[in-house]
Write a protein that binds this ligand. Structure first.
Ligand code: 5GP
Length: 189
């Protein structure tokens, strides 16, 4: 494995196919902490609900919510996009929905990555119809070059190029989620 500054390190957790570290553990921690501070100021005194979109969000959400130093509640949704192989068809199905009424909350969606934008544009449309006090999307990673629908997250912690990335909750074939950094793997299809 090669780090950002081309220094070989051993911490590929046995996966062996990580080509490059794009964002280190330290960079993530620093940026997530800063984002948490901004939210703590902006939402102070307001009823705040953070919604994580499973599965990819779970590592990010765990750090993100602990960086927020004001009261907040946490809920989860899950969505699947159907289509051929790894290519999103744009047909997004909600597979796990909220159990709570969001109309009394300022809602933040905590997403791992915005790629084509299909998943979040659909989820935002559904949630807006439930009349939250406000709705914003905070994404750890944003790949604007891949967008196929008109969707812009309110806050992107990192903007990255068009690469398939893994780690920090993001998978390839359900693996790599436990890497503490964001890495780039070469996928043979
Ligand atoms: P969308 O294309 O709807 O914006 O993103 C759908 C989902 O595709 C994301 O929530 C994420 O699970 C997955 N995805 C998109 N790009 C990547 C990537 O680079 N790596 C990984 N592991 N998943 C991705």
């Amino acid at each position: 494995m090669i780090t950002k500054d081309n220094t070989p390190v051993a911490e590929d957790y046995g996966y062996g196919s990580i080509k490059r570290v794009l964002i280190t553990e330290e960079e993530i921690a620093q940026a997530v902490k800063k984002t948490g501070q901004l939210i703590s100021e902006e939402y102070a005194g307001k009823p705040l609900l953070i919604i994580g979109i499973l599965k990819g969000c779970y590592v990010f959400l765990a750090d993100f919510c602990r960086a927020i130093k004001i009261p907040c509640e946490i809920a989860f949704m899950a969505a699947e996009s159907y289509g051929q192989s790894s290519v999103s068809s744009g047909d997004v199905k909600i597979t796990l929905d909220l159990k709570c009424d969001i109309s009394k909350y300022h809602v933040i969606i905590a997403e791992d990555i915005v790629d084509t934008g299909n998943t979040l544009s659909k989820i935002c449309k559904i949630l807006k119809e439930r009349n939250p006090l406000s709705l914003k999307v905070y994404t750890l990673l944003n790949k604007p070059d891949r967008r196929t629908v008109d969707f812009t997250p309110d806050y992107s912690i990192f903007t990255i190029p068009d690469l398939f990335v893994v780690g920090y909750g993001l998978d390839y074939d359900q693996k790599y989620r436990n890497l503490p950094y964001i890495g780039f793997v070469e996928i043979e299809e």
